[in-house]
Ligand binder design. Structure first.
Ligand SMILES: [Zn+2]
Length: 246
């Protein structure tokens, strides 16, 4: 294999490593998104439960109001029996009527509040069912993600271990300049090794034009591909990528 082919092979391996590493970083984020979804449903459920509790307190308060009105009415009725004048009797009758109206209003309020709480209880029940369903679904997704992550991490480790075999042929005195250039630039730009077509006059990486002298050097390198000691590291002046001609 020529040094160019060896660099290509290393770059292909590194591309695979990068892709696996990206996946290994992304999967925990996806897992997090899934578990956050359960949190969202749980929060809505808690709000709905709070709604029921508030409604129940409201019902208790209305019931107390009703008891109060009923007590007042009973007391007034009793007092009325003791009244002597027709005027007093009539005035008491009006008070009793007022209390009765208030009592009627409270009973209507109670009916409304009870209907609202019944609705709220129903929506809590359906949300509980939804949460169970969602939890099961998410558990399955999380399990899948965990499996995929374990698989990815294994593959990444294997790819990283296999990398040594791609580095080895380049890690010799006459080729080491290419290897160290590649390793250095790869930290900033990707991919590092670019191939020029027969009529290409621009760097395929950054699309800036390459001067004729650069193209000639690349051409010369292509001819010397089997004699790496004589080859130069020909790189784009703008982005620094290595450019090769086939
Ligand atoms: Zn460039």
């Amino acid at each position: 294999m020529s040094v160019i082919e060896e660099l290509d092979a290393l770059q292909t391996q590194d591309a695979a490593i990068r892709e696996l590493a990206r996946k290994a970083r992304d999967l925990p984020l996806r897992r997090r998104q899934e578990t956050d979804r359960v949190g969202g449903v749980e929060m809505r459920l808690e709000e709905a439960r709070a709604g029921v509790r508030t409604g129940e307190k409201n019902i208790d308060a209305i019931r107390e109001d009703i008891l109060t009105h009923e007590g007042i009415i009973a007391r007034y009725e009793k007092q009325r029996q003791t009244l002597r004048s027709a005027e007093e009797y009539k005035a008491m009758g009006q008070q009793i009527e007022r209390e009765n109206r208030a009592l009627k209003d409270d009973k209507a309020r109670l009916e409304n509040a009870e209907a609202m709480v019944a609705d709220a209880r129903e929506s809590v029940a359906s949300m509980e069912a939804l949460l169970e369903e969602e939890k099961k679904f998410i558990e399955d997704r999380v399990r899948e993600i965990d499996l995929e992550l374990a698989k990815t991490q294994r593959a990444l480790l294997e790819a990283q271990e296999a990398r040594a075999a791609f580095v080895a042929p380049l890690d010799v005195p006459e080729k080491r300049k290419f290897l160290s250039y590649y390793e250095r630039l790869g930290k900033k730009y990707w991919p590092v090794v670019m191939h020029l077509g027969a009529s290409d006059k621009c760097c395929p990486g950054c699309h800036m034009s390459l001067p004729p002298s650069k193209l000639q050097e690349a051409q010369r390198n292509a001819k010397l591909a089997e004699e790496p000691a004589k080859m130069k590291t020909v790189a784009c002046d703008y982005c620094g990528r290595l450019v090769f001609k086939k």
